[in-house]
Ligand binder design. Structure first.
Ligand code: ADP
Ligand code: ADP
Length: 225
């Protein structure tokens, strides 16, 4: 079952073509990585799927519905940014519940769902903490919880481990995979780290200069780089 389908996606910034004629689809439950060097168009692709950028050409479908012109907050996407982008003056609970509040979910239900998702990311009871009281790994998990709480069709992760030290990165990689398995969620994961992509993904799209080079399983990629 196809969850995300890109057809001929092109994104230009003035004279710069950040992404050129990109087509791929991602299946339910799949962990799909976009791999390539800095500046190759990974973030642009993800931000366009999330609706933070408008496509110059092409279409994006989620769950079979064309959402190319739909505003970001109406898309079934949850995004985690490289720098977490938590609201510094809001508590963990407020950060995570923010999207539900915007959707007018009543407070008691909001609190239940925040508690539940905090347990999922192993931060039980952290509702009242402030972001600056948390470690990098804990902030990352809050950002993940904030993306997951709306039960998105697809989770979009933009180099979520880049700011963590090596040991924490290994731990978070393992935790991400566990959460992914437990929730059976569809994930698009952006990274410039080949080893990370090979070890975590069901399939990998290799991007270079905004153009798809290949889309393969890690095994195929490893054997035919
Ligand atoms: P990556 O995520 O792979 O590092 P990006 O998607 O951030 O790559 O960038 C792809 C290309 O598009 C780069 O040349 C970058 O400078 C350019 N670009 C990205 N965002 C903008 C923007 N808002 N305005 C102009 N150029 C941009
Ligand atoms: P990434 O680490 O994902 O490649 P960057 O650090 O390159 O991101 O870019 C951070 C922000 O700056 C993004 O929002 C991106 O759209 C914007 N940006 C990147 N390149 C340019 C550019 N050439 N001109 C204007 N904005 C840019």
């Amino acid at each position: 079952q196809t969850v995300v389908e890109l057809s001929g996606l092109t994104k230009r910034y003035g004279d710069v073509t950040a992404v050129h004629d990109l087509s791929f689809s991602v299946q339910r439950g799949e962990f799909f990585s976009i791999l390539g060097p800095s500046g190759c168009g990974k973030s642009t692709t993800l931000r366009t799927i999330a609706g933070f950028e408008n496509a110059s050409e092409g279409t994006i479908k989620i769950d079979g519905e064309d959402i190319t012109g739909t505003p970001a907050h109406q898309r079934e996407t949850g995004m985690v940014f490289q720098n977490y982008a938590l609201f510094p003056h809001k508590s963990v609970g407020e950060n995570i519940g923010f999207g539900l509040k915007m959707d007018s979910v009543p407070k008691p239900e909001r609190e239940d769902r925040v508690a539940e998702i905090l347990a999922t990311v192993d931060l039980d009871g952290f509702e009242q903490r402030m972001p600056n009281e948390l470690s990098g790994g804990q902030q990352q998990r809050v950002a993940l919880a904030r993306a997951l709480i709306i039960q998105p069709s697809v989770l979009l992760l933009d180099e979520p481990l880049a700011a963590l030290d090596l040991q924490l990165r290994q731990n978070m990689r393992f935790e991400l995979q566990q959460i992914q398995d437990r929730l059976d969620i569809t994930t698009i994961y952006v990274t410039h780290d080949q080893e990370e992509a090979l070890s975590m993904s069901d399939r990998i799209l290799v991007l270079d200069g905004g153009t798809a080079q290949q889309i393969d399983t890690p095994r195929e990629l490893y054997n035919n780089p």
